[in-house]
Design a protein around this ligand. Structure first.
Ligand code: HEM
Length: 468
C-alpha cells in the first residue's frame, strides 16, 4: 500500500473505492476495457487525476508538463515502481534484475554495458539482416490466404532481435517463445487483479511457471553454449558475458539470463505491435496506402531496401510514426516517487505511484488537431516543428528512455518497406479489431488479414524475379 498523498491543489478523481464490495464490480469493468475506462476518467476529471482503491492511491496523467517533470527534470525523485520491480506481482518475476526492471546504481551499470550494442552506428550493421530475414519470412506467403499478422510480425521481429544481438537462430524455438511470452504478458497484467497467493497453483500461475521454465531452459542453454565455446563474437551476448566489474568479477549466469530475456521481450513485441497497428491503419486508409506504395515503387523500383534507401523513404517513416502515435505499443509507463515533490501544483509524497498514460497523451484533443485521425503528414519535416511539445513520447523520455529506439525505428522502416512493396494486407472478412492492452498494446484476436500480392507498375526485372 502506498503512503497517503498530501496535495497542494486537490487531485480530482472518482470517489474512493473503500471495500471489496465496491471494488469487485469496478475491477470487472476496468479489466474488460482498461484503456476506454481510463480515457473516460480523463474526459471526466481532466488530464491528471487520482484513483484511490482501498487506500492504494494511483495518480494518472496525460499532461505533457507532468511527463517532462517526472521522466526528465525530476527523474532523480522517481524510480521504477512495483509494477516493474515486485518479485511476484511485477515484471521482475520474469525479468529479474534486467535493464527494464532494475533501479539505482545497478541499473546504471547495466545500461552502460548494453548501450554500445544499440548505438546508432552499431545498429546500421543490422540493416541487412533485418531485410534478409523479412524477405525470407514472406517467401511462403500465398496470394489470397489469411494469416495471423500478429503472429507473423512477432516471430519475424523475435528472429531478428535474437540474430542481431545474440547471433542466435531461433526459428525452431519461435513457437515456444511466442507462447511463453503470451502467457507471461497475460500473467503480468492479470496478477494485479488476482486475489490468490503465488503458491496456489491456479491455471494462470501454472502457465506462468511453465513459461518461466521454458524460457529459462532456452536462455541458460544459450549462455552455457557461448561460455563453453569461449568465443568472443563481438555481439551483445559476448559483451555481457565478458564484461567485468571494478573488482574483475564477471556477470553471473542469472544476471546474463535477466538481460537476455529483457532484450528478447522488450526488443520484439513492441516493434511487432508497431507493425501490426501500421498494417491495420493502412488497411483502413487506402488513400494513405496508395501514397506509401507510390513512394516505395518509385524509390525502390522493386528492389529490396537498403540502409541507404531509408532517407529517400520519408513517407514510409511518417506512416510508422503516426501509427505509433495512435497506438503506442508501450501505452503507459509508471514511476514511484522516492522523495516528496511537487508537479503542476500537486504535492506528490514519497511512495506515490504516478502513471503516464502515453496513449492518452498521444490522443489528447487539447494538444492534437483531429487527435483520433490517422494523418502521417503531421510528421512531415515541414510540420514537425508544429508538433505539441513533450506530447509525443512513444519511447518514454529522460534517463530511462528506450535504449532500443533507433533499432526499433530502423527495423520498422525497413520491414514496412520490404513487405508493403510486395504485398497489400486487408482485414479478413467479418473481422473487427479491438485493442488489447497487455504489457504492450496488442490487437485482440491475432489480427487475421488477407494477403494480396501487389502488381507494381514500375516493377523492374529483379523485382519481378523476387516476387515470382
Ligand atoms: C517501437 C518499438 C519500441 C517501443 C515503442 C518501445 C518503448 C519503450 C518505452 C516507452 C520504454 C521506457 C519505459 C519506462 O520509462 O518505464 C522502453 C524501455 C526499454 N526498451 Fe523499448 N521500445 C521499443 C523497442 C525496443 C527495442 C527494439 C529494444 C531492444 C532491442 C528495446 C529495449 C528496451 C529496454 C531494455 C528498455 C529499458 C531501458 C532502461 O530502463 O534503461 N525497446 N521502451
Amino acid at each position: 500500500m502506498n503512503t497517503p498523498i498530501t496535495t497542494h491543489k486537490t487531485l480530482p478523481g472518482p470517489a474512493p473505492i473503500k471495500n471489496i464490495f465496491q471494488m469487485l464490480p469496478w475491477l470487472g469493468e476496468i479489466r474488460k476495457n482498461p484503456l476506454t475506462n481510463l480515457m473516460s476518467l480523463h474526459d471526466q476529471f481532466g488530464d491528471t487525476f487520482l484513483l484511490n482503491i482501498m487506500g492504494d492511491r494511483q495518480i494518472w496523467t496525460t499532461n505533457p508538463h507532468f511527463a517532462r517533470e517526472m521522466l526528465v527534470k525530476q527523474a532523480a525523485n522517481f524510480q521504477k515502481d512495483a509494477g516493474y520491480t515486485h518479485e511476484h506481482k511485477g515484471l521482475a518475476r520474469f525479468l529479474g534484475q534486467g535493464l527494464l526492471t532494475s533501479n539505482g546504481d545497478f541499473w546504471k551499470r547495466q545500461r552502460k554495458l548494453v548501450a554500445p550494442a544499440l548505438h546508432t552506428k552499431r545498429i546500421e550493421a543490422y540493416a541487412q539482416t533485418m531485410v534478409d530475414y523479412t524477405h525470407d519470412h514472406i517467401q511462403d506467403w500465398q496470394h489470397g490466404e489469411t494469416r495471423s499478422i500478429s503472429q507473423e510480425m512477432s516471430s519475424l521481429t523475435m528472429r531478428i532481435v535474437a540474430r542481431t544481438l545474440f547471433n542466435l537462430e531461433v526459428a525452431d524455438s519461435v513457437q515456444m517463445i511466442y507462447q511463453a511470452m503470451d502467457d507471461l504478458q497475460d500473467y503480468a497484467v492479470n496478477v494485479q487483479f488476482s486475489p490468490f497467493p503465488a503458491w496456489l497453483p491456479t491455471p494462470m500461475e501454472l502457465r506462468a511457471r511453465r513459461a518461466t521454465h521454458d524460457l529459462a531452459e532456452f536462455v541458460y542453454g544459450t549462455i552455457h553454449e557461448r561460455r563453453a565455446s569461449g568465443e568472443d563474437k563481438g555481439d551483445l551476448l559476448s559483451m555481457l558475458l565478458l564484461a567485468e566489474d571494478d573488482e574483475g568479477n564477471r556477470m553471473t549466469d542469472k544476471q546474463a539470463h535477466d538481460e537476455i530475456l529483457t532484450m528478447l521481450l522488450a526488443g520484439h513485441d513492441t516493434t511487432a505491435n508497431t507493425l501490426n497497428w501500421t498494417w491495420y491503419l493502412l488497411a483502413q486508409h487506402p488513400e494513405i496506402e496508395t501514397t506509401l506504395h507510390i513512394e516505395l515503387d518509385n524509390v525502390l523500383q522493386g528492389n529490396l531496401p537498403t540502409l541507404a534507401d531509408l532517407r529517400r523513404l520519408p513517407y514510409t517513416l511518417q506512416v510508422i510514426k503516426e501509427a505509433v502515435r495512435l497506438y503506442p505499443p508501450a501505452y503507459s509507463v509508471s514511476r514511484e516517487a522516492i522523495e516528496d515533490t511537487v508537479i503542476n501544483g500537486y504535492a506528490i509524497s514519497k511512495g506515490s505511484v504516478c502513471n503516464l498514460l502515453i496513449y492518452g497523451l498521444h490522443r489528447d484533443k487539447t494538444l492534437w488537431h483531429d487527435a483520433d485521425v490517422f494523418r502521417p503528414e503531421r510528421f512531415a519535416p515541414e510540420n514537425e516543428a508544429d508538433l505539441p511539445e513533450n506530447a509525443y513520447l512513444p519511447f518514454g523520455n529522460g534517463p530511462r528512455i528506450c535504449i532500443g529506439n533507433s533499432f526499433a525505428m530502423m527495423e520498422a522502416h525497413l520491414l514496412l518497406a520490404t513487405i508493403a512493396q510486395g504485398y497489400e494486407l486487408s482485414l479478413a472478412p467479418g473481422q473487427s479489431v479491438e485493442m488489447q492492452p497487455l504489457i504492450t498494446l496488442n490487437p485482440k484476436g491475432g489480427l487475421p488479414m488477407t494477403i494480396q500480392r501487389r502488381q507494381t507498375q514500375l516493377m523492374s526485372e529483379p523485382a519481378a524475379m523476387m516476387l515470382a
